[in-house]
Ligand binder design. Sequence first.
Ligand code: GDP
Length: 357
Amino acid sequence: MKAALIGVGQAGGKVTEALLAEDRRAGYGAIRGTLAVNTAKTDLEPLDIKTMLVGQERVKGQGVGADNELGAEVMQSDIREVMGELDGVVDPQTEAIFVVAGLGGGTGSGGAPVLVKELKRVHEIPVYALGILPGREEGGIYQANAGRSLKTLVREADSTLLVDNDAWRKSGESVTEAFDAINERIARRIGILLAAGENIEGVGESVVDSSEVINTLKSGDMSAIGFANADAAPDPGENINVITSTTRKSLLTGMSVPETTEAGAALVVVAGDSDRIPRKGVEKARSWVETETRSMQVRGGDFPLDSEKIAVLVLLSGIARSERLEAFMERAQKASEAVETEQVTENFQNEELDDLL
Ligand code: GDP
């Protein structure tokens, strides 16, 4: 799929950069343009992609902290300039736009929904959000911000593809230590999804078409992807079981939003050396996913890669009933109430102080 990526905020910029690097490294050529937008100058400086500083009048390049309302206001006031920077990032061949952001902070959390809305108003092609949910250990303000941002994104975007920061973290690493590793994992996995439908240099054309990704994503507000891989045997017949067991791992333990197995629609992509991928294996994996997700709409296909491994990517769309998402929304709601109580107390104390002074 020919995609344009716009990263908003620190996580948004870093993940966009990682996705572009992976797309180039693997020779997919799916990402046609990228832009990183931020209110904090220092977060843009290390990035190796086109960048744009917003909100200079309000925050003078210093960022908005975790104030996502300010993040939204700044994006709204500079929206024309941001849309102006997209010449050459979004072009007539672009099939979908992804707005990438960490939902727990300020700039991405507040800015991404505003940008998605404007992109939807101007463009006919699908506009998706790639949203990163804060890990469980992150503070209340992050949870509250992410809850609010997610509600708005779900309303505005064609689909919001979610990655929970706890999902692809190795045990022992703290979320912050793990950021670069997590970003690489996101890039590898979403890189394959974006590459669907592209002609990979020297390997051949993907059997999965970008319209299958788009049609799968149509079936719900939120989506998630799963990934797992295993060594492939040279004889394709031996790989039927490899494919089914890897598919099971991908859905049951490899999802970007863990504990998510029910979906409105799904797409199963079996990636690897075409000569080692038996058609029967792909079909068995597809029908297993159909039973497991209780969806009647499961697409499937293979994706040629020059690799001795077989990887299975499962895209699930329409995942609102995920246990993990429900738990997150509850946590976000509680955190939001706590933040409001704190603010009321603070205001009250300030008023008392005002009276005293
Ligand atoms: P912003 O710059 O104000 O949009 O805020 P950040 O992007 O720094 O942080 C928002 C959320 O993204 C937080 O919940 C962080 O956990 C998460 N985050 C920050 N940087 C990264 C990163 O490089 N990778 C990942 N996966 N998450 C990040």
